[in-house]
Design a protein around this ligand. Structure first.
Ligand code: ZN
Length: 123
């Protein structure tokens, strides 16, 4: 596990860690057949990213997990909970929104000239 940086997301200081798949599976209880590429833990100020050597998928996962934290700090997670019938439905709803938004947002930000963050110390 390697600490990449600390990012301020809203009022939270969030530490970003690069981890192996084994390290992530030890940290996060996964469901059978679930394949996680990252995990965000806003309450403890942590984001874990599985580094499997693909910089583009690492960027996607990085933004994906940042958006999950944004859902928490912006109060949108509470909106999903209010709209959903259960905690599980709220998580599914949030996951659908984040999965739809993250890749489009990443391409749009790049096209608009936003700088891509350095991950693993290179671009
Ligand atoms: Zn997600």
């Amino acid at each position: 596990m390697r600490k990449l940086r600390v990012v301020q997301i809203g009022s939270l200081d969030v530490s970003i860690f690069l981890v192996t798949r084994k390290e992530l599976e030890a940290l996060v209880p996964t469901k059978k057949d679930e394949c996680l590429y990252g995990y965000s833990d806003p309450l403890n100020g942590k984001i874990y990213l599985v580094d499997e050597g693909h910089i583009t998928s690492l960027e996607d996962t990085y933004l994906h997990e940042i958006i999950h934290v944004l859902m928490e700090v912006s109060g949108l997670r509470g909106v999903f909970r209010a709209l959903a019938k259960s905690e599980s439905d709220a998580e599914t709803l949030e996951e659908s929104v984040v999965r739809g938004l993250a890749p489009v947002l990443l391409r749009t930000l790049k096209n608009a000239g936003f700088k891509t963050p350095s991950l693993r110390g290179r671009k």
